[in-house]
Design a protein around this ligand. Structure first.
Ligand SMILES: C[S@@+](CC[C@H](N)C(=O)[O-])C[C@H]1O[C@@H](n2cnc3c(N)ncnc32)[C@H](O)[C@@H]1O
Length: 238
């Protein structure tokens, strides 16, 4: 599954150094259902890839050759499942740290017989830095990342310049990055940071209309009733 030598790995890092940390998540001791725990105990081996600082070969990971989309922070996997069903000709690599979320996603993979989803349970910054080859991805999805609303916490937001640069380097030419948020201030930050990345070009004039493939989440539906909005940004690698 891992395709490179330690030498290649060092080369990749020398070219693209970003050793920063983003404390974008807190370790939650959230409730985990017996079903999610059971899925963690029995299905990790089949559908999850252990974190290792070695580049992945997607053809081996997914047991086929197909466009590959990386999703960061899939939460409970509701959106991931819907998109993976609708876009069955593409591969989806989901990265999440949260135990209950990983358990829930594993259950979805089995229940919906999803052959095109794999999971890595680890900090996405490390995964992108050390496991995703340059110019290998067809798309990146980052939906409703933790908003860290207090100004002194903005440094914990995932969408910031150096990390976006790492992501852009891992996209193929013509590949896309699609982020969504319901926090206006974070939406503005997303637009600003992505616009400032020379490897990326906006597909819209400012915010993008919600692409049809992204389902409206339950949480968004409730928010809209309360008068909240959400914003999508979609950029392409040039
Ligand atoms: C607010 S939730 C949104 C979940 C989902 N995308 C949705 O739209 O419902 C953000 C998720 O990102 C995950 N996350 C935050 N930072 C992460 C990181 N560095 N690596 C992997 N997952 C991360 C959190 O654990 C959390 O589940």
């Amino acid at each position: 599954m891992m395709s490179e030598t330690p030498e290649q790995h060092v080369k990749q890092d020398e070219k693209h150094p970003f050793f920063g940390r983003i404390r974008s998540f807190v370790h939650r001791r959230a409730h985990i259902t017996p079903g999610q725990q059971e899925a963690l105990n029995t299905l990790m081996q089949r559908w999850a890839i252990p974190y290792q600082p070695a580049l992945l070969n997607f053809e081996e990971v997914f047991e086929r050759q197909a466009p590959t989309i990386l999703e960061i922070g899939f939460g409970m996997g509701e959106t991931t499942e819907k998109i993976a069903i609708a876009r069955h000709a593409e591969n989806f690599l989901g990265v999440e740290v949260f135990n209950a979320g990983v358990g829930a996603m594993l259950k979805r993979i089995e229940q919906s017989d999803l052959k095109n989803v794999r999971i890595i349970q680890h900090d996405a910054v490390d995964v992108v830095n050390h496991m995703i080859p340059l110019e290998s991805l067809d798309g990146i999805h980052i939906y409703f990342p933790d908003p860290w609303p207090k100004k002194r916490h903005h440094k914990r937001r995932l969408i910031q310049g150096p990390f976006v640069h790492l992501l852009a380097q891992r996209l193929k030419k013509g590949g896309y990055i699609h982020c969504a948020t319901d926090w206006e201030n974070y939406a503005e930050q997303m637009l600003e940071v992505l616009s400032a990345e020379p490897l990326l070009q906006n597909t819209a004039n400012g915010f993008a209309p919600k692409p049809d493939y992204r389902p409206q989440t339950k949480f968004e539906t409730r928010g809209f009733r309360l008068g909240h909005s959400s914003w999508d940004v979609v950029f392409k690698k040039v």
